[in-house]
Write a protein that binds this ligand. Sequence first.
Ligand code: NDP
Length: 500
Amino acid sequence: MLNQNAPFGLYINGQFRPSSSGGTIPVENPKDGRIIAHVAEGEAADIDAAIDAAEEAGKIWAATPGAVRGDIMHRAAELLAARLNDLVTIEVDQIGRPRREMSAQLGRLPEWFRYFGAIARTHEDTVPPFGGNFLNYTRRVPLGVVGHVTPWNHPLLILTKKVAPAMAAGNTMVVKPSELAPITPLLLGDIFKEAGVPDGVYNVVPGYGATAGLALSSSPRIAKIDLTGGTETGKAVAAVAGHNLTRVAAELGGKASVVVFPDTPIDRCVAATLFASFIAAGQTCVQGARLVVHRSIHDEVVEKLVARATAIKIGDPQDMATQMGPLVSAKQRDVTERYVKIGLEEGATLAAGGRRPEGGAFDNGYYYTPTIFTGVTNGMRIAQEEIFGPVVCVIPFETEEEAIALANGTEFGLATSIWTRDLARAHRVAHRLQSGITWINDHHRIDPCSPWGGFKMSGLGRENGLVAYEEYTQIQNIIVNLSDETFDWYARDGVEKRYS
Ligand code: NDP
């Protein structure tokens, strides 16, 4: 479907164009290592050109009424919905996630443009009760040009979570997608153009983090940098952005726990863990990487979990029957293998997986089997560090207090799921978690209205919800003196003067 000989350009000011260096980046299909496309490799000069275009477009877009921006975004939602099938095919080719997962995920994307388009149309400013003879009101105005640095694991979903609120609020943007998955972010440009988004509002410069990503996050012309990536990347980006007092939003790493109390039916617990841990072959920031399960049901849960995990159908990700595809890259599989080795050295027990599937098509791709470690203690590296592969660590607990301590016992604080039928316990535990997102009797659920982001080392700021729109604006406060009388501070008239 993709023409391998026609490199995708950078997308700047509504046009595809080569990079200033003429360099390109090969995009590999992780199921067999074949190159599916080349995209232009952007560097600092290209980032500058994209910022120029975004600054120019900002003069139009920021002045466009919210209702008009909303209408354009609703058109973008319709166009996106009409092209989903092709976009799913490309996403699967870029990152190897099974088609059944990407269809489910991309099918939701138009909702983000509808939700934030509606906010652009309906958002109301405030009239604070200033008192006296004054009218006081606030306006939320766009920040200006914003930078989006995105990872490979949910290329379009994560981008959409950033672009939709930024666009709704009247900002213009420069996107630096992961070099592993730049094609769908580039193609989104065509959709916006057809929807009526002015050229230059949305620009995409594929490139490497150390060059294009650094140039974007260190530019003094960027009002906000919004990054999703690893915690170390987040710290590096925040440090360079800090020199310019550029705002930073960062959705970073996680090590989510699935906390299962003993009143949960065993089959429900097992299905929950499979869903939490092995979707995307574990390559999600909210992966249920730790199954924190009550000791009384531990053995039965592990036995059934091993049977079900071993039966997950690994294969060609474009096949709708496939339940797990390859990992995104050789590097990501190496990391997973290294952690499995570390787990064994730390004394954990490998209850399932821990190997590459072999034979036929498996030998050319970056496949890895669903892996379960038991006998894990919280201090082990496999229980603490983000692996980003299909590995789950099972940790037993005895008391509610212990379960809470375990769930909070990592440097991360992105997400946790609690499984119990005891309503009071569910809320009691949720309120004590250091976790930006908590699901009760579910995992992975997301919606454009539902704030998304982490505590502790999992990030800064929130995606989704009104808060995401507002974080893409700054408040301008206007104070109007309604009196026609002259206020003369220096008059020596014996009247006590007031500021307010
Ligand atoms: P990385 O941190 O490696 O990269 C993320 C993005 O940052 C990429 O575009 C990367 O470019 C870029 N980048 C890297 N270094 C710099 C730099 N110094 N300056 C500017 N940009 C830079 O993450 P991955 O792509 O490997 O994605 C996986 C990570 O993302 C995991 O840690 C995961 O937890 C996190 N994540 C968090 C989510 C959340 O909602 N909290 C959601 C999904 C993922 P390049 O690829 O070219 O190096």
